[in-house]
Design a protein around this ligand. Sequence first.
Ligand code: CDP
Ligand code: CDP
Length: 227
Amino acid sequence: MKKIIIAIDGHAGCGKSTTAKAVARKMNYIYIDTGAMYRATTYYILENKIDIQDITEVKKALGEISLRFAINDVTGNIEIYLNGESAESKIRTMEITSKVSDVASIPEVRHFLVDQQQKMGTEKGIVMDGRDIGTVVFPNAELKVFMTSDVEVRAKRRQIELESKGEQVNFEDVLEDLKNRDHLDSTRKEGPLKVAQDARIVDTTNTTIEEQIDIIYQLAKEVAEAQ
Ligand code: CDP
Ligand code: CDP
């Protein structure tokens, strides 16, 4: 079967990465979490107290950032490495989450990351999730999915996830963050979150993870078989 590119975009917290990872495993494809790239870049910018209004400083910082995905020998998971060190445990806190959409709205940051993402897809056989994958990174992806779901359901699921990792969070704060990021992500000039013309819309409000994996896996098999 010919390998394809599967682009999964959508609102924050609707299960894109969980689904994309599982579909990649079933297809024997590579999974790329582009949100982790924006998060790791945000982490570097915050750690180094870069003024994001100063584009010269931002460009200098981008020149110092090296990102790659690799297996962490300790956890056995594929994680994002920032300048040689796994950044996985640092990039999913509420602090980073609340700043990432501001950093992701900077055109220079988007060009820096989109360029790397496009290079990762030259061999196809990848599942990539984010906000602009089907519209900007791979406008010719063979399968595009736009995932969405009720924002309160997403907030509840995200709260449970953060609490299971030991971070105590308030439901209202998580809800506010999701709404705020969806708004910023959808209204920025460069690479906004929007439904690609040829995307299949999948609403995950009432689906289990297993059901949504199956929906996208079936679509992926159909599209790949038709190549
Ligand atoms: O997992 P969650 O949906 O909360 O977010 P994520 O996928 O990790 O992405 C974090 C943030 O990175 C998003 O809210 C966007 O601001 C930005 N992002 C982006 O602008 N473009 C992408 N392709 C992926 C993420
Ligand atoms: O990548 P994205 O931000 O779209 O979502 P995610 O990180 O894959 O999922 C956010 C949280 O919702 C995770 O804890 C998932 O396990 C959970 N989830 C769920 O419980 N049921 C679903 N149908 C979808 C997601």
